[in-house]
Design a protein around this ligand. Structure first.
Ligand SMILES: NC(=O)c1ccc[n+]([C@@H]2O[C@H](COP(=O)([O-])OP(=O)(O)OC[C@H]3O[C@@H](n4cnc5c(N)ncnc54)[C@H](O)[C@@H]3O)[C@@H](O)[C@H]2O)c1
Length: 395
């Protein structure tokens, strides 16, 4: 895939962040947004919007609301087996959760292209336009990856999946992403990022063989830390958002499952990922839309008019990091719900280590779009966003 305009570092992969971690520690919001004209979840739907469902913390999905399972049956199992069938005896057999999402799509496609066997799982919720997720699903389908519709909270589905396919790895990328939306729908974060993650770990621990797990945490765990660049050894006990708090909680849950059940687990703290088929809730996306539509964009600034900056990381670099981590994962050591010996536990930052001020991002967009943005500058609100993200990627 080509990258027409990378932000920050000039060399695409040279700044790939991989550094070792203490398993216990946590920055910032991966997105900042413009003002009223900015992204609003579920823009594709009306009453089905999660923000309008009030008490419901589920995103709308056909099967979920009707209670009918959208998986199972002979044809479903045939497609599952086919997607997991070896092209060669080498390579991995990987379950990718969130495969219709931005990162999951790219990771699945690259895994398949290099010859691994990939099965995708996604609930196609409408946090943002599910049409984009269907497009990604269709592209994956054409390259031989079956992305089934299902939820990580569906324990029967997970059991069935592990019964049918001996996955060597789980690449867990399904989550409720985004920082600001947590103020509208907090339960979605707890439901997907904590409860859903725990259900997935339960299924992995009971599977035979147990898979190795690679999963997406977030640089948001570094929260209110002011020390930069963020190191995996830094403290992570001061989240600035509920999103961050759920990622931090998931890191500790992962540690417990590693300790008790011998699951091999690697957590990846992604930092502000961008690229083709990206998420519409991220600033580069809706700034572009608003600039083209002549709408005003809001740029936030820190104290004393300081710049808000993000360590933008190009999707190809994230994919490379995910695959590198997958290839270096050791096997889980448990069996029958008990561990035999200690299993691998790792945490890595995956970032660019080259933060770009938001003002520069807007200048780049103006240049490429050949349109002057109508800008409003406001102080950074207390909504979970942090002033900067910057990864230490030394290890
Ligand atoms: N993109 C970034 O900048 C960034 C930064 C830090 C961390 N992350 C993390 O990386 C991971 C991938 O992020 P992304 O940008 O691809 O987000 P995304 O929203 O595009 O992808 C997540 C996918 O998971 C699916 N999903 C959500 N809950 C599910 C559930 N219960 N069962 C099955 N599927 C479910 C969604 O439908 C979506 O397609 C997430 O864990 C996110 O928190 C992303």
């Amino acid at each position: 895939m080509t990258s027409p305009h990378r932000l920050g570092s000039s060399s695409p992969t040279s700044h790939l962040s991989i550094s070792t971690a203490s398993a216990s520690s946590p920055p910032c919001s991966p997105t900042w947004s413009s003002g009223p004209s900015s992204f609003s979840p579920s823009s594709s739907s009306s009453s089905s919007s999660p923000s309008s469902t009030g008490s419901s913390y589920f995103h709308r999905r056909r099967d979920h609301l009707s209670g009918a399972a959208s998986w199972g049956g002979r044809e479903w199992e045939r497609r599952l087996r086919k997607s997991a069938t070896p092209k060669s005896l080498s390579g991995h057999t990987v379950l990718v959760t969130g495969a219709a999402g931005f990162v999951g799509f790219h990771v699945s496609r690259t895994l398949r292209q290099r010859g691994d066997r990939v099965v995708g799982l996604d609930n196609f919720n409408d946090y943002y336009d599910p049409g984009l997720k269907r497009d990604r699903q269709n592209i994956l389908s054409r390259s031989g990856v079956f992305v089934m519709e299902g939820d990580i909270n569906d324990q029967a589905l997970l059991k069935k999946l592990f019964d049918v396919v001996p996955f060597t790895h789980v690449m867990h990328l399904a989550a409720q992403a985004g920082v600001r939306y947590a103020m509208q729908n907090p339960y979605s974060y707890v439901h997907n990022n904590i409860a859903g993650f725990t259900k997935l770990l339960e299924a992995c621990k009971s599977a035979n063989p147990q898979p190795a797990i690679i999963w997406a945490s977030s640089s948001s765990v570094y929260g209110l830390n002011s020390k930069v660049p963020f190191s995996e050894k830094d403290r992570t006990d001061r989240p600035a958002s509920l999103y961050a708090a759920t990622k931090k909680a998931a890191e500790e849950i992962a540690r417990a499952y590693n300790h008790i059940y011998g699951l091999s687990i690697t957590g990846l703290r992604f930092i502000t990922v961008y690229g083709p088929y990206g998420r519409p809730d991220m600033a580069y996306f809706f700034f572009t839309k608003d600039i083209l539509n002549g709408n005003q964009i809001t740029i936030y600034e820190g104290p004393d008019h300081s710049s808000v900056a993000r360590d933008f990381t190009y999707i190809d670099d994230i994919v490379e990091g995910c695959l590198g981590v997958l290839d270096t994962s050791k096997k889980s050591t448990g069996s029958g719900g008990k561990k035999t010996v200690s299993a691998q536990l790792r945490t890595f930052n995956l970032g660019n280590t080259s933060p770009v001020p938001v003002t520069k991002l807007v200048r780049i967009l103006e240049k490429l779009l050949k349109v002057k943005a109508n800008k409003k500058v406001l102080p950074l609100p207390m909504n979970g966003d942090v002033k900067f993200t910057h990864a230490n990627i030394k290890a």
